[in-house]
Each structure stands twice: as C-alpha cells, then as structure tokens.
Design a binder for this molecule. Structure first.
Ligand code: NAD
Length: 288
C-alpha cells in the first residue's frame, strides 16, 4: 500500500526510541490488514509530553504509543482514561477519537492475552507476583480487574516498594473481589509457601534480565510443582533461568516475549479495530 493524502498517522513517543520494534510491527500489520496508516517514532523527553500531545492532536493522529519516560506524564495529558490506565497510573496507548485523547494501558492486557494464548485462564485463580515496578503494577491491577481471585505481591524494600503498597491499596479499594496481600521478598519461607499455594507465579522484576541473567527468584527447584504455571516478563534473554528450570521441572511456562507481542497487538486493535497478524509478527520481528 502506498502512502497517500488519505494515510493516517500512528506514532510512538518516548526517549530513546531508536531501538523500538513498534514501528516495524505496526507498519507491517497495517500493510497486511489493509489499514491505511503509517507509524513513526518521535524522540520526546518527559517534560515535552504535553507539547507532543498538543502537536499530535493538531495533526489529527489516529493513535499513538507512549514509552518511557513519558508513560506517567501521559496520564495527565489524556482527556479520558480506561479503568486499567487510571488505576495503573500509566498510559502506553492513546486513541484519538471524536476529538478526545483516550489513554489505555495494554501492558497488563498483553500479559493476560499471553496467558490465554498459552491455554491459561486467570479467572478465579491465585497468583503470586514478584515486583513493584511498571510491569508488576500493570500485571497486578489488570489481573485483578480480569477476575483473579487472590494475589500475593512480593517486593524488595527498594525505592519501588511504595508502588507495591499503593497497588495493593488500589486493588483493595477498587476490586474487592480480589484478595490481595503484600510481602517482603526477603522472607523466603513465606515466599515459597505462597508460591506453593498459587496456581500461577509471575516474575515481574528485572531478575533474569542481563546483567542478572544468571539469577532467579526461585532457587529451590522443589517449589516447582507440575500444576504451577510459571510466567516471566523478562524477554532478554528469551528463555530466562526461571523459565528454563521451571520447564525442566514439568511446569507450564510462559516467557515474556509473548507479553511484548500481545501488548502491541492490543494497541493495534485499539487503533484500527483489527487483529494484528501476531504469528507472522512474532516470526518476523521477535526471533532472537
Ligand atoms: P522497573 O524498573 O519499573 O521495575 C523493576 C522491578 O525489579 C522493581 O520492582 C524492582 O524492585 C525489581 N528488582 C530489581 N532488582 C531486583 C532484585 N535484585 N531482586 C528483586 N527485585 C528486583 O522495570 P519494569 O519496567 O517493571 O521492567 C521489569 C522487567 O520487565 C524488565 O526486564 C523489562 O524488560 C520487562 N518488561 C517486559 C515487558 C514485556 O512486554 N514482556 C513489558 C515491560 C517490562
């Protein structure tokens, strides 16, 4: 499809953006699904977020993604927010419709979809999640909104710990059907006991990512019962030590790369109403 006077703009804002796979993935998907859009990335610093919103509004952008460091600032620049984006406190996808900038967060939705694509439904389940940063917050809140029955959040007492407290309070106040508790990740016995009582364990920390790629939060292989689903947000390397050891112990494992794919696919659906050709995108752009 040729770019013409009718072609609409899709975009990415954040900094740095040079390494991003989003332009390739969205442009390929537009071509394949016959959507007349072109997706470009713009290097925008956090303090430029509002100006970028104003510029994109003027250009009548169809929609855009927001990456670090603009995801939090984007919340206050939107005219309306999805419930997940409001509770998470971060926006990674904006749809411009009827003159309004509507903010969404597809990170958690991407994680839920990745579970579903791996034959794991989260409704009525108990999950232990480790982490208190961007990925952990999106997953905890979206999983609660999507029908998780119980959530045990484990975090180290670093500068992110306050986020974990806030997340737990938000879930208690807004999703009373999900029982949620916060624990210190240093309490290994409590951690292993909670994982032992869970249907799903999710690592949503940086542990497993380079340079911590030799590390794992579950050192004791006895924790891996075959009924436990083990999911990781880390996708670099594609197979983390956690995923490798859980798989060897017979657990169903869900690596992080699928979350990256499906958060993009959810954004593409919000922009265009169409399904991203996910299998082809995965083969073309997500092989290591
Ligand atoms: P972040 O900086 O917001 O949070 C990092 C988290 O890791 C914090 O909770 C911190 O306490 C924890 N942490 C750091 N070192 C730790 C340690 N030694 N032990 C225990 N916890 C530790 O980062 P983020 O944006 O949440 O990203 C976390 C990971 O998730 C990264 O590897 C990132 O690439 C990945 N990620 C993947 C996707 C995806 O689509 N698959 C999306 C977002 C993030």
């Amino acid at each position: 499809m040729e770019i013409s006077g009718h072609t609409q703009l899709l975009a990415l804002i954040g900094s740095p953006i040079g390494h991003s796979g989003s332009p390739a993935m969205h442009n390929y998907s537009s071509q394949k699904t016959g959507v007349d859009c072109a997706y470009l990335a713009f290097d925008i610093k956090e303090e430029e977020t509002r100006q970028a919103f104003d510029a994109l509004r003027l250009l009548k952008v169809r929609g855009f993604n927001v990456t670090m460091p603009c995801k939090t600032a984007a919340v206050t620049c939107c005219d309306d927010l999805s419930k997940a984006a409001r509770l998470i406190g971060a926006v990674n996808t904006v749809v411009y419709e009827n003159g309004k900038m509507i903010g969404h967060n597809t990170d958690g939705l991407g994680w839920v979809r990745n579970c579903r694509e791996n034959q794991v439904e989260i409704q009525g389940k108990k999950m232990t999640v480790a982490g208190s940063g961007g990925a952990a917050t999106a997953i905890a809140i979206t999983a609660a909104l999507e029908g998780l029955k119980e959530l045990a959040v484990f975090a180290i007492r670093d500068s992110f710990y306050a986020n974990a407290k806030a997340t737990v309070e938000k879930i208690r106040a807004n999703v009373p059907g999900c029982k949620v508790n916060l624990y210190d990740l240093a309490d290994t016995d409590v951690f292993y006991r909670q994982v032992g009582e869970s249907d799903i364990f999710t690592n949503a920390t940086r542990v497993g990512m380079k340079p911590m790629d030799q590390e794992t939060l579950i050192e004791d292989p006895k924790v891996f019962r075959p009924e436990l689903v083990v999911s990781d947000v880390v996708y670099n390397p594609r197979e983390t030590r956690l995923i490798r050891e859980a798989k060897a112990a017979g657990c169903r494992t869900i690596p992080g790369i699928g979350m990256l794919l499906w958060q993009g696919a959810e954004a593409f659906r919000l922009f265009t109403g169409k399904d991203m050709p996910a299998k082809e995108v995965m083969e073309r752009y997500f092989q290591e």
